[in-house]
Design a protein around this ligand. Structure first.
Ligand code: NAD
Ligand code: ZN
Length: 359
């Protein structure tokens, strides 16, 4: 079956594009109870951007600290209950921040119109009704959450996305000036998520000319941003990274991620590692699976002065490694993409445990 994927309805790109926010949302303000909910990364609370939100007095603004943990089903349910009790159904939800905020905004939009807990809807096409209008403004680039069909949440049982056509943003505003303040380590880890998305998308049986076109362009941009002569955090590179993130997301939508992401889900679910950092910690050890990708990755680490921890598995007991391996094993579509339809002949829990022991 060919994927018939849902793309973002509208995209505006360019330095200063964020200033169009009020013009973009004004026509939507007549919907439902005629107000907007803003979900903004807490980093911006006392920054200049907080004065440029273009909100109206009836709007609700939530500043959310995404650092303690990745978005959870409980967090989205609570937010939804509070909003519905306070003001009823909003015209729309605006997410301003990184992948965590993108996912909270997407999930919230859906949960405002669907009954029960978001945990019930973790999986493919479980959502019953379209959500309210939702608009994403990324402020750190790499996850591709701005374009993906999924809102990744950690629930009581699993870390899994709410994935369906309705999850995709109605509008995205890509303004590269917004990512200028990202600290160097986060700029590296999150940007590398895109790099790894593309390496994995390219190396597997689901690769095709459509996914490859996006991956190859995004990889070229990543090399310019992280490796080449003019690499580093510059306005020109911010322009490129924002596009690379979007293209990396589109590439994996039409192909699949692979071994690094399968392991990363285990590390996040069992030990709470953040997605992009976890990917970097793992990817450095996958030279036999992605030789060219890992070689350039290691050069990027040196070029940008990033040091990743090693020797971590010495402190993990067998039960922890087994638990992580089980989470990873339960993502068969990633293993199938990376190792082919007969992957079960070579990939078992012991092999996956051996990969965790490399870390
Ligand atoms: P994030 O949203 O977790 O934010 C990372 C850090 O960067 C935070 O400390 C935040 O405050 C800070 N930050 C964000 N913008 C900033 C700015 N402009 N200046 C200074 N600091 C800034 O980061 P992320 O790496 O983009 O997202 C990770 C999350 O995305 C994970 O929860 C992961 O599960 C999810 N994810 C989702 C998808 C998807 O398709 N939905 C794909 C990959 C990852
Ligand atoms: Zn990723």
């Amino acid at each position: 079956m060919h994927k018939n994927f849902k793309n973002i309805d509208r995209v505006v790109y360019g330095r200063g594009a964020f200033n169009h926010l009020s013009d973009i949302i004004n026509p939507i303000r007549k919907e439902n109870n005629q107000y907007f909910v803003y979900i903004v990364d807490n980093y911006f609370k006392d920054k200049e951007l907080a004065n440029r939100l273009q909100n109206k007095k009836e709007d609700l603004i939530y500043f959310i600290d995404v650092d303690p943990h990745e978005p959870t089903t409980e967090q989205v349910d609570q937010l939804r209950d509070e909003i519905i009790t306070t003001k009823g159904l909003p015209s729309g939800v605006i997410g301003i921040g990184g992948g965590s905020i993108m996912d909270i905004a997407k999930a919230l939009s859906l949960m405002l119109t669907n009954q029960g807990s978001s945990a019930q809807y973790q999986g493919l096409n479980l959502i019953k009704k379209p959500g309210v209008y939702h608009l994403g403004v990324p402020t750190i680039s790499g996850t591709g959450a701005e374009v993906s069909m999924t809102a990744v949440l950690t629930g009581p049982e699993k870390k899994l996305g709410i994935k369906c056509d309705y999850t995709v943003f109605n509008q995205v505003i890509l303004d590269p000036t917004l990512i200028a303040t990202v600290p160097k380590d986060k700029w590296f880890y999150t940007g590398m998520d895109t790099y790894i998305h593309c390496i994995e998308s390219e190396n597997g049986i689901k690769r095709n000319a459509f996914s490859a076109a996006y991956a190859q362009t995004a990889l070229k941009l990543c090399r310019e941003v992280y490796l080449d002569e003019y690499s580093g955090q510059t306005p020109e590179n911010d322009d490129k990274l924002m596009v690379a993130s979007l293209m990396g997301g589109l590439s994996l939508t039409y192909s699949e991620v692979g071994v690094c992401h399968a392991l990363s889900y285990g590390l996040s679910k069992i030990l709470g590692y953040k997605h992009c950092f976890a990917n970097c910690v793992i990817f450095q050890h996958l030279d036999d699976i992605y030789p060219d990708g890992v070689k350039d990755f290691k050069e990027m680490l040196i070029k940008n002065g990033i040091e990743l921890p090693t020797g971590l598995s010495k402190n993990w007991d067998d039960a922890t490694i087994t638990a992580m391996a089980e989470v990873s094993y339960n993502l068969p579509f990633m293993w199938q993409h990376a190792f082919g339809d007969n992957f079960k002949e070579t990939i078992d829990i012991d092999y996956i445990k051996s990969l965790f022991k490399r870390m």
